[in-house]
Design a protein around this ligand. Sequence first.
Ligand code: XUL
Ligand code: CO
Length: 437
Amino acid sequence: MPAFPDIDKIRYDGPDSKNPLAFHHYNPDEKVEGKTMKEHLRFSVAYWHTFRGMGNDPFGPGCALRPWEDGTDSVDMAIKRVRVAFEFMEKLGVPYYCFHDRDVSPEGANLKETNANLDRVAKALKEEQQRTGIKLLWGTANLFSNPRYVHGAATSCNADAFAFAGAQVKKCLEITKELGGENYVFWGGREGYSNLYNTDMKRELDHLAKFFHLAVAYKKKIGFTGQFLIEPKPKEPTVHQYDFDAANVIAFLRGYDLAKDFKLNIETNHATLAGHTMMHELAYAAAAGLLGSIDANRGDLLLGWDTDQFPTDIYLTTQCMLVILGQGGLAPGGVNFDAKVRRESFEPVDLFHAHIGGMDTFAWGLKIAAKIRAESVLKDFVKDRYKSWDAGIGQQIESGKATFEDLEKYMLEKGNITPNVSGRQEMLENVVNRYVR
Ligand code: XUL
Ligand code: CO
């Protein structure tokens, strides 16, 4: 019995189509800058929101209609859900998915039972991957839901919580490897603090770094070749998360000699919670050579929490794609929809509308970004803006030849300077508007 009997495979119908269950911009085999859209975008469905999210919020329980759910958190239900998930992803035409260990399979009474549950479900995941050709973009361990992680996992005051988390990540790495996962994500769910009166911050940060080093060692030991990714977020659930933003994570990785083993998974709503734009976070990570993957969503700028909405803003996706194309792509990372339908959108078909919209908005942004790049307007402007660095004193500073004494001598001769050229922000915003259509 199919879970979505009324829905056929979603196809590309072109921008003028009025069919809501068709793509208007995402045309997987269409080439942009020499690669297909499918290769550029590497779309992924987030198992947790799409197959486990029921729309519950602090004011009421979930009310999503999911006819395939039997109300249990059993392994049998988990396996049944795997079939539903792959039917959905196959109809959507998405090449990847991502999961937390606890999204796909339930905890048992102890670690041994929990691991056995995961083994059974992973077998079904593997079968469905082989049947459909859909691949695992990344796996991750849920180190934040169970009460054992009340004080955090790697940064807990309780060494046993660190130990349990290590055992859990070990298993999740093995399963991710077994399923051919192309990356592995660490999002520090409760790795942060709510109050410094009770917190030894230095010790907790050292423990977090220790945890990552242990993960790197185990990755090497089992020959897992996927890319390790850290996903920054400034707050929620803790008041202050340790992996605050891209700049903070990069400094942490460098400070603890981890930068060669990790890249970043940047999420839109986390960027805005940190007081940045998504483009800022992407550009910062890309500048360090550490932009690995993205969690595509958007927040609601009127709300101060992580609303995880599907992206529908073509300015946002154009900006994302400008940075991504600028660094030559995301692979082995991808565009993972860490996004959920609104509580009011409780029917199964809403899951299709949401993903179609997100995929179309990214494909549209890809096309716009490629057009902007083809005419090189922004690039040429930026190059010209910095031309004082290409010769003379600028070149001497950049190449390390100029000392402070040289700068003083140069300026004593020049006497004074005037601002060289306008930033032309408004003109450039108008230029971008010419392409956004
Ligand atoms: C939470 C979040 C996570 C990570 C994976 O805000 O984004 O779902 O993406 O743990
Ligand atoms: Co995320």
